[in-house]
Design a binder for this molecule. Structure first.
Ligand code: UDX
Length: 445
């Protein structure tokens, strides 16, 4: 099938690449000429495991093309994906200007009936707005003879496993009530719809809400567990034991109940805020979501609070080794990353940071530049040199079995603040560390 994808960000690029990989002929359109040029050269602007070879091979095979030529893009596709960004505007609601601009472009150039697919995470009611925009432009062109349908087909990819998530989806949500569109969507996704039927067809508004409900439910699980962790700390309980105790109930399950330093990334914070906003627009008070958001904001400050308490409020002139800057492992993404809240609080208090991340060093440099109080380190060991304590913010695999003797020898005091419960408190005590974690006792040698 001939497919056009507008937007070569995370969602669009991964979607385009996996569709090309199963044999569809995909044209990806982006307004950013230099990005398109780099993609043609095989340079991927984001770090995502498995994506680079997928893009390079399918591009070389002629199944995956990149262009800034929107007109050619619209002409190419039997279906047109909208996969552009929906950044939050000042009041937290999703800004639809890019989505509607693509809708306008498609309507300006379409010459035959079209299926327009909303892949971006967009508020309930967006498909109707896209429909209205396309109809308006077609009317202006005097082409009301052209038929079109707007489908909501949200993505559920996780950064760091986006390619695998798209290739093996748990579900494929198709929001439309048009029988012909459903047929085309089934054909498009047939290569991914093996073993059992993963396609769930529903009306367009339900599909739009499904995406938000899924992310908000997951964010709720995390905020709930962070609340339990804070309680456990104060009650003398161990949240890791509690986590296993409740996870064993299949109705609760083991997934997404890891306490930590709060959720970050491009989805959860934005989607929770956007749904609160959507609810507000119709005078509905989304009480649970507001609490989820508030708990998360506060959770991002808990590591700093522990550090401040440990050092009796005296952080001026202290130096901290920070391991893990990306919002989670296997990505270089620092959007809404808890590490930023921590580092900014440390700087504010007069402390210095020696930071290391396996993938996000360039991104850190881009965000903070050569800021006073920040030293970017090439290895996790280099970050330790002369620091007063080690703080772990992201649970990268390569942090799981560090050389504890080396850590001790480099720090002025053997103190570790662990935002991800990576180690056993008793073992840390035996190794001679004062060890802070989340929802567990503080242990010291
Ligand atoms: C998420 C959803 O998982 C995905 O389905 C959706 O399409 C986009 O948003 P992503 O943001 O890439 O994906 O990351 P995810 O792995 O879900 O983690 C989100 C955040 O939650 C991270 O900051 C992570 O550290 C945190 N988290 C996750 C916890 O704190 N505890 C957990 O138990 C799980």
């Amino acid at each position: 099938m001939n497919v056009t994808v507008f937007g070569t960000g995370y969602v669009g690029l991964v979607q385009g690449a996996i569709l090309a990989d199963v044999g569809h002929h995909v044209v990806c359109v982006d307004v950013d000429a230099s990005k398109v040029e780099r993609l043609i050269q095989g340079q991927i602007p984001i770090y995502e495991p498995g994506l680079e070879p997928l893009v390079r091979e399918n591009h070389a095979a002629g199944r995956l093309e990149f262009t800034t030529d929107a007109e050619a893009g619209v002409k190419h596709g039997q279906v047109q994906f909208i996969a552009v960004g929906t950044p939050p505007d000042e009041d937290g609601s999703a800004d639809l200007k890019y989505v509607l601009a693509v809708a306008q472009t498609i309507a300006e150039h379409m010459q035959c009936d079209q299926i327009i697919i909303d892949k971006s995470t967009v508020p309930v009611g967006t498909a109707d707005k896209v429909k209205a925009k396309v109809a308006e432009v077609l009317a202006k062109r005097g082409r009301t003879d052209l038929g079109f349908d707007v489908v909501s087909n949200p993505e559920f990819l996780k950064e760091g496993s986006a390619v695998a998530d798209c290739q093996k989806p748990d579900r494929i949500i198709i929001g439309t009530q048009d029988a012909a569109t459903i047929e085309v969507m089934r054909e498009l996704y047939a290569p991914f719809n093996r073993n059992h039927d993963k396609i769930i067809v529903m009306d367009v508004r339900s599909a739009e809400l499904t995406k938000y409900a899924a992310n908000c439910m997951l964010a709720t699980k995390i905020s709930f567990m962070n609340e339990m962790a804070n309680l456990a700390e104060r009650l003398g309980a161990d949240i890791e034991a509690v986590r296993q105790g409740i996870g064993s109930d299949p109705r609760i399950g083991y997934h997404f109940i890891y306490p930590g330093v709060g959720y970050g990334g491009s989805c959860f914070p934005k989607d929770v805020q956007a749904l609160i906003r959507t609810a507000g627009d119709i005078d509905f008070d989304a009480k649970v979501l507001k609490a989820v958001e508030a708990r998360n904001q506060e959770q991002k400050t808990t590591l700093f609070a522990k550090i401040l308490r440990h050092f009796d409020g005296q952080l001026d002139g202290k130096t901290f080794a920070v391991w893990g800057l990306a919002f989670k492992p296997n990505t270089d993404d620092m959007r809404e990353a808890p590490s930023r809240v921590l580092m900014e609080a440390l700087w504010q208090a007069g402390a210095k940071v020696q930071a290391y991340d396996p993938e996000a060093m360039e991104e850190t440099q881009r965000i903070y530049g050569s800021r006073d109080g920040l030293t970017l380190c090439g290895t996790k060991e280099a970050a330790l040199k002369g620091a007063d304590a080690l703080v772990i913010v992201t649970e990268w695999q390569s942090f799981r079995a560090p050389d504890f003797d080396l850590i001790k020898s480099q720090l002025s005091q053997a103190t570790l603040f662990d935002g991800r419960n990576m180690f056993q408190p008793a073992r840390m005590r035996n190794k001679g560390f004062t060890y802070y974690s989340v929802g567990r006792h503080i242990t010291s040698a």
